[in-house]
Design a protein around this ligand. Structure first.
Ligand code: ZN
Length: 214
């Protein structure tokens, strides 16, 4: 499988690759997306150009996009209703951007379109990194806090728990992220159950496997 990973930082992209390979059960080859996205809303802004580039100029099978939710509305099953999308949900937003970007593309390089897998880390990718190490950090804990108006933790606190600082250097960020995702190298079920925003990504990736084998 050949794919591009688009996320908010180079460290995230390295760690997400490990999780993607765990879900797919195979090593992947990375295709450079040409443009680098840094943070939200930049990811959504550059995604259409990245999708066009991958479609016409590369033989990538698909693109993996992962962003942090920060304080936005968290995706839920109600958003998956046909024809619906929540304007303040980043998962819905990125799916819509992708849909729009691929709508009128003619087939290229023997395929109708590049595939997409979208995940949203709630509230930030450091929460995924803590999965299996800190059971107080889950998507349900965060959305429960949103409903009550009392947040269970901040993004800065999650960074402290993962990196021991809220301003890690890039190399520290990569080392810590790789150490944490190693727990899920063979099995992502806990991550999928604690973080539906990761389960969405995993479901998209498994769909790729089905399409490729057709
Ligand atoms: Zn949504």
């Amino acid at each position: 499988m050949k794919l591009a990973i688009v996320s908010e930082s180079p460290a995230d992209e390295i760690a997400i690759r490990v999780l993607v390979e765990s879900v797919l059960g195979q090593q992947v080859r990375l295709v450079t997306p040409t443009l680098r996205a840094r943070g939200w809303p930049n990811v959504a802004q550059v995604l259409p150009a990245i999708v066009r580039h991958l479609h016409f100029n590369t033989d990538a099978d698909g693109v993996v996009v992962v962003v942090d939710s920060d304080d936005t509305i968290v995706h839920n099953a109600a958003h998956d209703a046909p024809g619906y999308f929540h304007p303040r949900c980043r998962l819905c937003h990125l799916r819509a951007v992708f849909r729009q970007a691929t709508k009128r593309l003619p087939p290229a390089r023997g395929r109708a379109r590049v595939l997409r897998a979208v995940g949203v880390a709630v509230p930030a990718v450091e929460a995924w990194y803590l999965c299996g190490r800190d059971e107080r950090v889950t998507e349900a804990v965060w959305t429960g806090g949103q409903e009550r108006g009392v947040m269970p933790y901040t993004r800065g606190e999650l960074k402290w728990r993962v990196y021991g600082t809220d301003r890690p250097s890039l190399s520290l960020e990569i080392d810590c992220a790789l150490q944490e995702v190693a727990r899920h190298r063979k099995d992502t079920r806990q991550l999928e159950s604690d973080f539906p925003g990761f389960a969405s990504l995993a479901a998209d990736l498994r769909e790729w496997g089905r399409r490729k084998s057709e």
